[in-house]
Design a protein around this ligand. Structure first.
Ligand code: MTE
Ligand code: MO
Length: 335
């Protein structure tokens, strides 16, 4: 077994248990002994090497095994350069843990993500509360490298590990009345300082939604990992949505509820500022945010001297795969 705590370290000395600080030496050894890592599975994901200062998030044993068996999806992956690990895991929007980009990493480290359950409800033949471990039984994980375009006009290229949302939704057998899917994030002010703040902008819990055909689209992913390991809490562990052709706020984190509905759900940002954020939130360079342009974006890493501003693509570059979903719709009206 490769990733093991040294037996002389009590679990209580490691907070939280799921985090492991990799030594550079260890990684070097790993690279040299690559065959060991693959344990006979030639096609498994190669592990990303991390710097000494970076923290690897391992998650529970059962998840580690699944992550190690993940395969890279070339069909669904971009070959653009990845955002550095410290950007993906250190520059986040997760208002439950604060409004600043470095708040989620600072305040989410003790967030408890195992055990975790998800309640399935609404227009569905198999409602119930399911343990995440059971949800993932029989599911093959894959790595998909997607662009993530935040509505704030920055973007990153991120190697997620997950599985298509469609495969999960089908297992619960939605009824003929199910036209939308609504997702809910955990509401737990004890663990989430942003939910205790009196200056809250959002009516907790955070809610998002998709039309059924969007939810069933093969690009729509449920992620449980990133950069080959488990999701860090700041990225929405243990289970988050990734909808790459929509603004980042649609990609709801730390999901505890999936509800099938007949009516279009009202998502958190739409409820908060309906003039600025709609239900669809498809990435669209020709419909500006009322307070800023959406025609370009800052591709991270970006700095004062090297801002790396690029043109924003319709549907974040996924138009050939998803534009059909919206044929005949006025995308200025349905922003
Ligand atoms: N529950 C919840 N989900 C959320 C958010 C949030 O504040 N709360 N922020 C969203 C926004 S605005 C973006 S851009 C992405 C950021 O995901 P990342 O931090 O993993 O890159 O998460 C989205 N999901
Ligand atoms: Mo965002």
């Amino acid at each position: 077994m490769l990733i093991r705590k040294a037996p002389d370290i009590a679990p209580s000395e490691i907070t939280p248990e799921s985090i492991y600080r990799q030594r550079r030496q260890f990684m070097k050894g790993l690279a040299a002994g690559g065959a060991l890592l693959m344990s006979g599975q030639a096609s498994a994901l190669a592990r990303y090497a991390l710097d000494e200062e970076q923290v690897r998030y391992l998650g529970p044993d059962w998840l580690q095994q699944k992550l190690r068996a993940a395969q890279k999806s070339s069909v669904f992956s971009t070959d653009e350069p990845l955002a550095p690990y410290e950007h993906v895991t250190g520059y986040n929007n997760f208002y439950e843990f604060g409004l600043g980009k470095d708040d989620p990493k600072a305040y989410a480290q003790n967030f408890k993500t195992d055990p975790w359950s998800v309640e399935i409800s609404g227009e569905v033949h198999k409602p119930g509360t399911y343990q995440l471990e059971d949800i993932l039984k029989g599911v093959d994980l894959e790595e998909r490298i997607y662009r993530l375009r935040c509505v704030e006009a920055w973007s990153m290229v991120i190697p997620w590990v997950g599985f298509p949302l469609a495969s999960l939704l089908k297992r619960f057998e939605p009824t003929g009345n199910a036209r939308y899917v609504e997702f809910t994030t955990l509401h737990d002010p004890k663990q989430m300082p942003g939910q205790r703040s009196r200056f809250g902008t959002i009516d907790w819990p955070y809610v998002e939604g998709l039309r059924m055909d969007e939810a069933m689209h093969p690009l729509t992913l449920l992620a449980v990992g990133v950069y080959g390991d488990a999701l860090p809490p700041q990225n929405g562990a243990p289970l988050r949505l990734v909808v790459p052709w929509k603004y980042g706020f649609k990609s709801i984190k730390s999901i505890v509820g999936i509800r099938f509905t007949e009516q279009m759900p009202v998502n958190s940002w739409q409820r908060t500022a309906p003039r600025e954020y709609g239900f669809y939130a498809n990435v669209n360079p020709s419909v500006n945010h009322p307070r800023w342009s959406q025609s370009t974006e800052r591709r991270l890493p970006s700095s004062l001297f090297s801002p790396n501003i690029i043109d924003t693509q319709p549907f974040n570059g996924y138009a050939d795969q998803v534009a059909d979903l919206y044929s005949g719709m006025d995308l200025r009206k349905w922003y």
